[in-house]
Design a protein around this ligand. Structure first.
Ligand SMILES: Cc1cc2nc3c(=O)[nH]c(=O)nc-3n(C[C@H](O)[C@H](O)[C@H](O)COP(=O)(O)O)c2cc1C
Length: 343
């Protein structure tokens, strides 16, 4: 067993989290990760005109019905995210009003916007004061980690540029970012994210000051994930260079290089991104809006296929339990081997 500040904070056996993967559903995946003694995270779902509050409520109810283990949820706090205000106001109330939900939904992860939005919500402040709930925020750059600290988060998710999905303009690798952030904030609880898929990489993350890893692409390629079979099938033959950074709704985004991705530029600054967005015709905008619904329904050519470079080290679609067991076994043996180097 590996015990860390993060496993102790959440009362979990293994330092492995599933990364949030909105706008797609990750209910069954989150449940499988929890049941395998990691910590599963519900994504901020808003595909096909769904209401994010309604979807989160349904997912929360599903989780407490099927597991007694702790789990988490994600809220994208960008102003561009529909329903963000309602989520930060209503979700803490929903959780507060149900003792089982309050005791289990202890990991509140915000991302792709300000860490203050949830931290300053009155209902979340009340929930935080009356429960064991922890607030983490995704920090893809050192200056963002500083902002998270200013918002008094309980910890951060350090996500480097190799990760799938939303990214920062800085494009710093997880390896370098972890070292930078660890040096600046040695005592801040950290979850490493972006590029993790093996036991060796978990051992490396722990050496670099993280208390756990969060994985997205590795878990998409699992039997329990709700992703379309065609989406999953891209992963085992995939290489790191099959992904790249392009424009997304909240800044740069790492996508699989398909027709959709290749028709979008890769902005290197906020100004470039805004200029690109302003240049879009209403038809292009509407087409882009549908990119998630399309891929959800299996269109892996003109849909947005979010994946990380870690696809280059994932060879098969596996059971979540086997993935976690294999990673833990390997991480333990690597740590033991490294320890034996000490003379
Ligand atoms: C399909 C997909 C959707 C994602 N959606 C979100 C999201 O809604 N919120 C978020 O904070 N990160 C999102 N991300 C980023 C992941 O949480 C995580 O940072 C990333 O998957 C880590 O890299 P990995 O894929 O190499 O594990 C998404 C990633 C993927 C692959």
């Amino acid at each position: 067993m590996i015990e860390t500040n993060i496993t102790k904070m959440f009362g979990i056996k293994h330092p492995i989290f599933s990364a949030p993967m909105g706008p797609f559903f990750t209910r069954d995946l989150a449940l499988a990760v929890c049941e395998a003694d990691g910590l599963g995270v519900l994504s901020n779902v808003n595909i096909a005109g769904t209401s994010p509050v309604k979807e989160h409520k349904a997912s929360l109810e599903y989780m407490i019905e099927h597991t007694d283990k702790p789990f988490g949820l994600n809220i994208l706090t960008s102003r561009n995210n529909p329903g963000v205000r309602q989520m930060v106001r209503l979700l803490p109330r929903i959780v507060m009003s149900n003792v089982k939900m309050r005791d289990q939904c202890t990991y509140w992860l915000t991302s792709a916007g300000s860490s203050r939005v949830l931290a300053e919500s009155k209902s979340f402040v009340e929930l935080r004061e009356n429960s064991e709930v922890k607030h983490f925020h995704v920090a893809p750059a050192v200056w963002l980690a500083q902002k998270c600290v200013n918002s008094k988060v309980d910890g951060i998710v350090v996500t480097g540029t190799e990760g799938g999905g939303h990214q920062s303009y800085e494009r710093v690798s997880t390896l370098v970012l972890l070292q930078q952030i660890n040096e600046k904030f040695p005592d801040l609880p950290k979850i490493a994210c972006g590029g993790f898929a093996t036991g060796e990489s978990l051992a490396a993350a722990l050496s670099l000051g993280a208390g756990a890893v969060a994985m997205g692409s590795r878990f998409i390629a699992s039997k329990q994930s709700e992703f379309h079979e065609k989406y999953k099938a891209l992963i085992p033959p995939g290489n790191p260079q099959d992904t790249g950074l392009y424009t997304g709704s909240f800044g740069p985004i790492r996508l699989y290089k398909n027709e959709y991705a290749l028709s979008h530029p890769a902005p290197s600054s906020k100004e470039e991104m805004i200029a690109y967005e302003n240049s879009l015709s209403p038809e292009q905008r509407a087409k882009d809006m549908g990119a998630y619904d399309r891929v959800y329904n299996g269109d892996i050519d003109t849909g947005a296929v979010l994946l990380g470079q870690s696809i280059g080290i994932i060879d098969s679609i596996d059971d979540v339990n086997d993935i976690i067991e294999r990673i833990m076994k390997k991480a333990e043996s690597v740590i033991r081997k490294n320890n034996s180097m000490l003379k």
